[in-house]
Design a protein around this ligand. Structure first.
Ligand code: 5GP
Length: 112
Protein backbone atom coordinates (compact mmCIF):
# COMPACT_ATOMS: atom_id res chain seq x y z
CA UNK A 1 0.00 0.00 0.00
CA UNK A 2 1.76 3.21 -1.12
CA UNK A 3 1.93 6.03 1.39
CA UNK A 4 0.45 9.45 0.71
CA UNK A 5 3.93 10.79 -0.01
CA UNK A 6 4.68 7.98 -2.49
CA UNK A 7 1.52 9.07 -4.32
CA UNK A 8 2.80 12.67 -4.40
CA UNK A 9 6.19 11.44 -5.73
CA UNK A 10 4.32 9.47 -8.43
CA UNK A 11 2.18 12.53 -9.26
CA UNK A 12 -0.95 10.55 -8.39
CA UNK A 13 -2.05 13.33 -6.04
CA UNK A 14 -1.12 17.00 -6.43
CA UNK A 15 1.26 19.00 -4.28
CA UNK A 16 2.95 22.40 -4.42
CA UNK A 17 6.44 21.12 -5.29
CA UNK A 18 9.29 23.55 -4.59
CA UNK A 19 12.27 21.25 -5.32
CA UNK A 20 12.99 17.84 -6.84
CA UNK A 21 16.02 15.78 -7.77
CA UNK A 22 16.78 12.10 -8.27
CA UNK A 23 16.80 11.35 -4.51
CA UNK A 24 14.13 13.53 -2.98
CA UNK A 25 11.19 15.84 -3.50
CA UNK A 26 10.10 18.87 -1.45
CA UNK A 27 6.61 20.32 -1.32
CA UNK A 28 4.59 22.69 0.83
CA UNK A 29 2.75 21.19 3.79
CA UNK A 30 -1.01 21.16 3.21
CA UNK A 31 -1.61 22.46 6.76
CA UNK A 32 1.33 24.83 7.36
CA UNK A 33 2.43 25.45 10.96
CA UNK A 34 4.54 28.48 9.98
CA UNK A 35 4.62 30.94 7.05
CA UNK A 36 7.10 28.58 5.37
CA UNK A 37 6.45 24.88 5.98
CA UNK A 38 8.04 22.55 3.45
CA UNK A 39 8.47 18.77 3.67
CA UNK A 40 11.65 17.24 2.23
CA UNK A 41 10.87 13.63 1.35
CA UNK A 42 13.27 10.94 0.15
CA UNK A 43 12.06 8.95 -2.84
CA UNK A 44 13.27 5.81 -1.06
CA UNK A 45 10.40 4.45 1.04
CA UNK A 46 11.78 4.66 4.57
CA UNK A 47 9.12 4.67 7.31
CA UNK A 48 10.88 6.93 9.81
CA UNK A 49 14.25 7.68 11.38
CA UNK A 50 13.89 4.24 13.00
CA UNK A 51 14.23 2.74 9.51
CA UNK A 52 17.42 4.61 8.61
CA UNK A 53 20.60 2.51 8.36
CA UNK A 54 24.24 3.49 7.91
CA UNK A 55 23.78 2.94 4.18
CA UNK A 56 21.19 5.74 4.18
CA UNK A 57 23.54 8.29 5.79
CA UNK A 58 24.39 10.03 2.47
CA UNK A 59 20.70 10.24 1.63
CA UNK A 60 19.78 11.72 5.02
CA UNK A 61 22.65 14.18 4.73
CA UNK A 62 21.35 15.16 1.33
CA UNK A 63 17.93 15.96 2.84
CA UNK A 64 19.64 18.56 5.04
CA UNK A 65 21.54 20.03 2.09
CA UNK A 66 18.20 20.39 0.30
CA UNK A 67 16.60 21.86 3.44
CA UNK A 68 19.27 24.58 3.54
CA UNK A 69 18.75 25.25 -0.16
CA UNK A 70 15.00 25.61 0.38
CA UNK A 71 15.52 27.90 3.39
CA UNK A 72 17.67 30.17 1.21
CA UNK A 73 15.14 29.96 -1.64
CA UNK A 74 12.38 30.94 0.80
CA UNK A 75 14.41 33.84 2.23
CA UNK A 76 14.55 32.44 5.78
CA UNK A 77 17.47 34.67 6.73
CA UNK A 78 16.41 34.90 10.41
CA UNK A 79 16.55 31.14 10.90
CA UNK A 80 14.41 28.08 10.54
CA UNK A 81 13.80 24.69 12.14
CA UNK A 82 14.35 21.22 10.66
CA UNK A 83 12.40 18.40 12.31
CA UNK A 84 11.91 14.66 11.85
CA UNK A 85 8.94 13.45 13.89
CA UNK A 86 9.36 9.78 14.76
CA UNK A 87 6.45 7.73 16.06
CA UNK A 88 3.14 8.64 17.61
CA UNK A 89 4.44 10.49 20.69
CA UNK A 90 6.34 12.84 18.38
CA UNK A 91 3.26 13.41 16.24
CA UNK A 92 4.28 11.43 13.15
CA UNK A 93 1.16 10.96 11.04
CA UNK A 94 2.61 9.90 7.67
CA UNK A 95 4.74 6.76 7.71
CA UNK A 96 7.23 7.91 5.09
CA UNK A 97 10.37 9.69 6.31
CA UNK A 98 10.10 13.47 5.88
CA UNK A 99 12.08 16.45 7.10
CA UNK A 100 9.97 19.46 8.08
CA UNK A 101 11.46 22.88 7.22
CA UNK A 102 9.67 25.56 9.24
CA UNK A 103 10.32 29.28 9.30
CA UNK A 104 9.10 32.79 8.69
CA UNK A 105 8.22 33.52 12.32
CA UNK A 106 9.87 33.03 15.75
CA UNK A 107 9.42 29.38 16.77
CA UNK A 108 8.88 28.48 20.43
CA UNK A 109 11.28 26.17 22.25
CA UNK A 110 10.85 23.63 23.74
CA UNK A 111 8.19 22.29 21.35
CA UNK A 112 4.88 21.20 22.87
P1 5GP B 1 4.10 14.35 10.48
O1 5GP B 1 2.93 14.71 11.34
O2 5GP B 1 4.02 12.90 10.03
O3 5GP B 1 5.45 14.69 11.06
O4 5GP B 1 3.99 15.25 9.19
C1 5GP B 1 3.12 14.97 8.15
C2 5GP B 1 2.77 16.26 7.52
O5 5GP B 1 2.14 15.99 6.27
C3 5GP B 1 1.78 17.11 8.33
O6 5GP B 1 2.38 18.34 8.69
C4 5GP B 1 0.59 17.26 7.40
O7 5GP B 1 -0.01 18.54 7.46
C5 5GP B 1 1.18 16.97 6.03
N1 5GP B 1 0.24 16.42 5.08
C6 5GP B 1 -0.71 15.47 5.32
N2 5GP B 1 -1.39 15.19 4.19
C7 5GP B 1 -0.85 15.97 3.22
C8 5GP B 1 -1.13 16.12 1.82
O8 5GP B 1 -2.01 15.48 1.24
N3 5GP B 1 -0.38 17.02 1.13
C9 5GP B 1 0.62 17.76 1.73
N4 5GP B 1 1.28 18.63 0.96
N5 5GP B 1 0.90 17.63 3.04
C10 5GP B 1 0.19 16.76 3.77
Amino acid sequence: MPTLFEKIIAREIPADIVYEDDRCIAFRDIAPKAPTHVLVVPKKALTSVDDVTAADAPLVGHLFVVAAHIAAQEGLTNGYRTVFNTGRDAGQTVDHLHLHVLGGRPLAWPPG
